[in-house]
Design a protein around this ligand. Structure first.
Ligand SMILES: C[S@@+](CC[C@H](N)C(=O)[O-])C[C@H]1O[C@@H](n2cnc3c(N)ncnc32)[C@H](O)[C@@H]1O
Length: 336
């Protein structure tokens, strides 16, 4: 069996546990913002909607002071790199659960850990970088996750699932803008200059603005007004019609479908299925507001190859983004 520590937003702990159990991963422990689970050898780490990172074969360590924790983390790093030749920069991450004072604790430990590591492995420590690695791949480095003031998990291999805090833009007309920006990183592609986008439920225009600022042409479908950098934007055509009856021009295939409507998520899912069934778009970014609907069942249905979107897609990723609030965001690339 392989063991893993899955990290999530603290409010998503129960959803994460249920997702793991649905995949047959035995959850051995749950805490604030994490779940420990085991899964059969030979399987890749599971891609879950509610995990933000997965630490493989984590060690749980405890020590009474910053110096002692940093020393334990440095010893762990030395052991984890023992039979591994390090020639390229490698990432380190110090993260915490929601406990009071933990971020400050992690910062102090990280500083001390670097000093100690440089005393033990000078060449390797110079290659350590404080930057997240590319998502969706098993990365070798160091991930330290504090669950308590004097207790942490450390792993030398981990996966980031792509959620991250995005920088705001003063012209962006809404906070929703940040979700679109974050979603491109999950898909690994963003709108390009000259591409065409249909944005359903576009107002006040954060997602439309995000595409237009990259030079894409946007049809923004919404009865509400566009604001900020989306208002009077020459690349954005505002269509005041209902997204459930709108159809793109016959024979056309848009590069991107965006959809971010406050609507029953199962109704939105049927709408998107219709778009994929007709072959009206190449890629999509869709936000589902789960409200009173069970988000785990919703995520499963979205992935389902028959009742959901799975059967239409070459790539399909379901995530609760950093900028999502009681929402999940789904990105995909449609099969040609
Ligand atoms: C959360 S806001 C969208 C925010 C937008 N993505 C942004 O970045 O600014 C939801 C929008 O969906 C629109 N909406 C809801 N139902 C709709 C429908 N049937 N057709 C078109 N727009 C709809 C609402 O008017 C509202 O402006």
């Amino acid at each position: 069996m392989q063991h893993a520590l899955h990290i999530c937003k603290p409010e998503n702990g129960e959803f994460l546990r249920r997702e793991l159990e649905l995949r047959g991963h035995a959850v051995t422990r749950r805490g604030d913002g994490f779940a420990l689970a085991s899964f059969p050898d030979g399987q890749p780490p599971p891609e879950l909607a509610f995990a933000t990172a997965t630490l493989l074969e984590p060690a749980e360590l405890a020590a009474p002071s910053v110096n002692a924790i940093a020393g334990a983390a440095a010893d762990f790093t030395v052991t984890s790199f023992k039979d591994f030749r390090v020639d390229a920069p490698w990432p380190f991450i110090f993260e915490t659960g929601p406990g009071e004072g933990l971020p400050g604790r992690a910062k102090s430990v990280a500083e001390e850990w670097r000093k100690r590591l440089s005393g033990k492995m000078s060449r390797v420590s110079k290659l350590a970088v404080d930057e997240p690695p590319p998502p969706m791949q098993v990365t070798r480095g160091l991930f330290v996750f504090f669950t308590e003031f004097n207790r942490f998990h450390a792993a030398g291999r981990f996966v980031l699932w792509g959620q991250r805090r995005m920088r705001d833009d003063s012209l962006a007309p809404s906070r929703s803008y940040l979700k679109a920006e974050e979603a491109y990183g999950i898909l690994g592609r963003e709108p390009h200059s000259g591409e065409r986008v249909v944005d359903l439920g576009a107002a006040p225009g954060g997602w439309s603005y995000s595409a237009a600022k990259r030079g894409a042409h946007v049809a923004a479908v919404d009865n509400g007004p566009l604001k900020g950098g989306a208002a009077d934007n020459p690349l954005i055509q505002h269509l005041r019609v209902d997204a459930f009856t709108y159809a793109p021009p016959a024979g056309s295939r848009t590069d991107w479908l965006f959809c971010d409507m406050i609507e029953n998520p199962y109704r939105v899912l049927e709408l998107i299925r219709g778009w994929l069934e007709h072959g009206w778009c190449r890629r999509f970014v869709v936000n589902f507001k789960y409200g009173h609907v069970d988000p785990v069942a919703l995520a499963e249905k979205v992935r389902d190859p028959h009742a959901g979107l799975g059967g239409y897609c070459r790539v399909l990723r379901v995530r609760c983004l950093h900028h999502d609030r009681e929402e999940i965001t789904v990105v995909g690339e449609v099969k040609e």
